[in-house]
Design a protein around this ligand. Structure first.
Ligand code: ZN
Length: 300
């Protein structure tokens, strides 16, 4: 069996993974105190959670074939170069963990992990040419052609959230203007809708957002949704024209949109004449493994 670790902006999860299944997971949420020295917190949490979960299942370290970590941000050679949500720069997590553990340890960007898991066990398993789009706070992605994950030698590549869809558009966290994710992330949609409905809270849950979109009771909301989907369609149609995938798989928060009219509307928009170069009917599916994709993919 393998150990999968899901490192997020606000929590860490450790799971026992067998094939494409999660046998069990244990989590820890980061407190303000934990964040003061987040690198130490991460290493200690991994040790504690691994001890606990192995004990619970009467397993020992000898039973662990491999440890895989899914992390946000840019990863290179076992180092988290930059992870904004975690407030981490240049943290060689693999080196630190190999001082404690002898089995192989690997780390990959969480979006890529999710894509790999979906390709092997989830919604993309029956296709060779696929584009995976992780839509959440930002937008990430991965592309498979001929069944193979495309990976550049330098940098992570496939920063599809940062393709520009609007000249002189919204300022992005990356410093550029008009990036796809500033218009088409779930965060962008949430902000728009909270503004229209006059919701003053700092954040609303993904589930609440989906319920609002399900009902679409507000006339003004229709305009927001239309505009949001037009922008999402621009990005997706660009990807279709470049890669000609058999399927587009929507992950992240969007994995929960099957049955929501917003997804149906998106499918309709992409099918419209003159939206893509070849005007073909491309399958748009949602990710099967939902939130589990990252932790499963980390071990692959
Ligand atoms: Zn950007």
């Amino acid at each position: 069996m393998k150990i999968g670790i899901d490192l997020g902006g606000s929590h860490i999860g450790v799971g026992i993974i067998q094939g494409g299944n999660i046998e069990d997971t244990m989590d820890k949420n980061f407190t303000e105190e934990d964040r003061k020295d987040i690198q130490v917190t991460i290493i200690n949490s991994i040790q504690n959670l691994m001890d606990q979960i192995l004990n619970k299942h009467q397993l020992s370290l000898q039973d662990v074939e491999k440890i895989g970590i899914a992390s946000p941000g840019t990863i290179e050679n076992g180092t988290i170069i930059h992870a904004g949500n975690l407030g981490i720069s240049y943290f060689n997590i693999i080196e630190r963990l190999q001082e404690i553990y002898t089995m192989p340890i690997q780390i990959r960007n969480d979006g890529k992990c999710a894509a790999i898991a979906e390709k092997q066990y989830g919604a993309m398993k029956d296709y060779e040419d696929c584009v995976f789009i992780n839509i959440g706070t930002g937008i990430g992605g991965a592309v498979f052609l001929g069944g193979k994950l495309l990976e550049p030698k330098r940098n992570s590549g496939f920063e599809i959230g940062h393709m520009v869809i609007q000249k002189n558009g919204n300022l992005c966290t990356c410093g550029k203007r008009g990036c796809f994710e500033t218009y088409a992330s779930i965060k962008a949609l949430k902000t728009k809708i909270m503004h229209t409905l006059g919701i003053k809270e700092k954040d609303i849950s993904g589930q609440y957002l989906r319920e609002v979109l399900m009902v679409q009771y507000h006339d003004a909301l229709q305009k927001d949704i239309e505009e949001y989907l037009d922008n999402l369609t621009i990005g997706i149609s660009n990807l279709i024209d470049i890669f000609e995938p058999e399927v587009i798989c929507l992950g992240g928060s969007f994995s929960y949109y099957e049955g929501n009219p917003v997804l149906e509307q998106l499918r309709e928009k992409i099918k419209m004449p003159n939206t893509t170069f070849n005007n073909e009917d491309i399958k748009i599916v949602t990710a099967d493994l939902k939130n589990n994709a990252g932790i499963i993919g980390a071990t692959l």
